[in-house]
Design a protein around this ligand. Structure first.
Ligand SMILES: Nc1ncnc2c1ncn2[C@@H]1O[C@H](COP(=O)(O)OP(=O)(O)OP(=O)(O)O)[C@@H](O)[C@H]1O
Ligand SMILES: [Mg+2]
Length: 369
């Protein structure tokens, strides 16, 4: 087994949290004088991903855009760095789990149990606030840059134990801020959460992300992924046709909320909400929550999920650490091994010299004058 990672730059690695398509995320800490400590998440490109120019560029883009985003519903990027020739991203650590993990830990299939509608609406509202902020972010000319996240899905929504919900991974976001466009013909995002125009590789804009929020809301209310299939191709084919209306009708929520979903999930972008703000207002009108019961209900669901699978995270962690390449610790231990071998060689040499000297002395004593 390879040596575990010990540090990336100034961040001490504590455990692996999990791996996605291109990177591994570690729980780490930043230490300072007088016992100062700050938890951080360090995201490191996997070896094969680091060899792909397009992925490296996406990672750098994530860092560049992430550094400009500062919002309570976005997992903030603190630093983009390089250690031992590998790029890493230091981010705010969200202590909890992703919405994807939370939904996976709930009963599936016919017995599927979604989140309470108030909790689902609360999470969707947090994501919409994050998108409203990102969509309005001005560029150097003062005009909105037109940021489109393109991968809004339960995996990229992080929930902390207190019930805060944060959107992360602006890694494949697009907009006028971006120097280069994505490779032609490459469709990015999670197949099961893509709007029809995105699955078709067409033009995406703010309304594409709003559609993904709609599908995420359906997943939270139903407890099941909006589309299933034996592979990504089948899921994408279903997603490109849109969500059948009866799936929305079957949800256990008020009609007002179903109407909001119908609009968010319209096939034609022109028939959807025009902005995250507009979606947010309709959601608040359809499912008002003045007492903040949604956040409390989410915190309860999270606590139950954390209790249901204690150590699940460390299981993934162990696997990811085992897969991780040798880093500083390895470099250090090989240096130590090299210096130990050097000392051993010097001692052996000295021992041999003493033996030769002794032999010569004995020979001299034994020889007749
Ligand atoms: N800032 C963070 N704080 C805590 N956990 C995080 C943070 N960022 C990511 N994670 C967790 O790390 C794991 C890996 O994240 P990553 O973004 O690499 O993959 P993913 O979201 O599962 O897939 P994808 O590659 O499609 O984004 C996920 O389980 C995610 O919940
Ligand atoms: Mg992710």
């Amino acid at each position: 087994m390879r040596d575990p990672i010990l540090a990336f730059g100034k961040y001490e690695i504590l455990e692996a949290v999990g791996s996605g398509g291109m990177a591994t995320v570690y729980r780490a800490k930043l230490s300072g004088p007088m016992g100062f400590e700050k938890p951080v998440a360090v995201k490191v490109l996997q070896d094969d991903a680091a060899a792909d120019e397009e992925i490296v560029r996406m990672f750098v883009d994530e860092a560049r855009l992430g550094a400009r985003l500062s919002h309570p519903n976005i997992a903030g990027v603190m630093e983009f760095g390089e250690a031992d020739g590998r790029y890493f991203l230091a981010m705010e650590y969200v202590d909890g789990m992703s919405l994807g993990t939370l939904l996976r830990r709930r009963p599936k299939g016919k017995k599927a149990k979604g989140l309470e509608p108030a909790a689902a609406v609360y999470v969707a509202s947090c994501v919409l606030k994050a998108l409203a902020y990102a969509q309005a972010l001005p560029g150097s000319d003062g005009k909105p840059m037109g940021v489109v996240h393109r991968d809004v899905s339960p995996q990229n929504i992080l929930l902390d134990r207190s019930g805060a919900a944060k959107l992360c991974d602006f890694g494949i976001a697009t907009g006028t801020w971006r120097a280069e466009k994505t490779r032609v013909g490459v469709v990015k995002g999670k197949a099961g959460y893509m709007a029809p125009e995105q699955s078709a590789g067409g033009r995406v804009d703010a309304r594409t992300d709003l559609y993904a929020v709609g599908l995420t809301l359906v997943a939270m209310l139903s407890g099941n992924a909006p589309f299933d299939g034996k592979d990504t191709g089948e899921i994408r084919a279903k997603a490109s046709k849109g969500l059948p209306r009866d799936r929305i009708d079957a949800l256990a929520c008020d009609d007002g909320l179903k109407d909001v979903l119908m609009r968010a999930l319209a096939m034609r972008p022109a028939d959807r909400f025009a902005s995250a703000d507009e979606f947010l207002k309709s959601l608040a009108a359809a499912a008002p929550d003045p007492a903040d019961t949604g956040r409390a209900a989410l915190a309860v669901a999270l606590e139950a999920a954390l209790e249901r699978a204690p150590g699940a995270r460390s299981g993934t962690a162990r696997a990811a650490v085992a897969k991780a390449p040798k880093r500083r610790a390895a470099t250090q231990s090989s240096k130590d091994a090299a210096s130990a071998a050097g000392i051993r060689n010097v001692l052996i040499g000295a021992g041999l010299l003493v033996l030769v000297a002794l032999a010569l002395a004995l020979l001299k004593v034994g020889l007749p004058d």
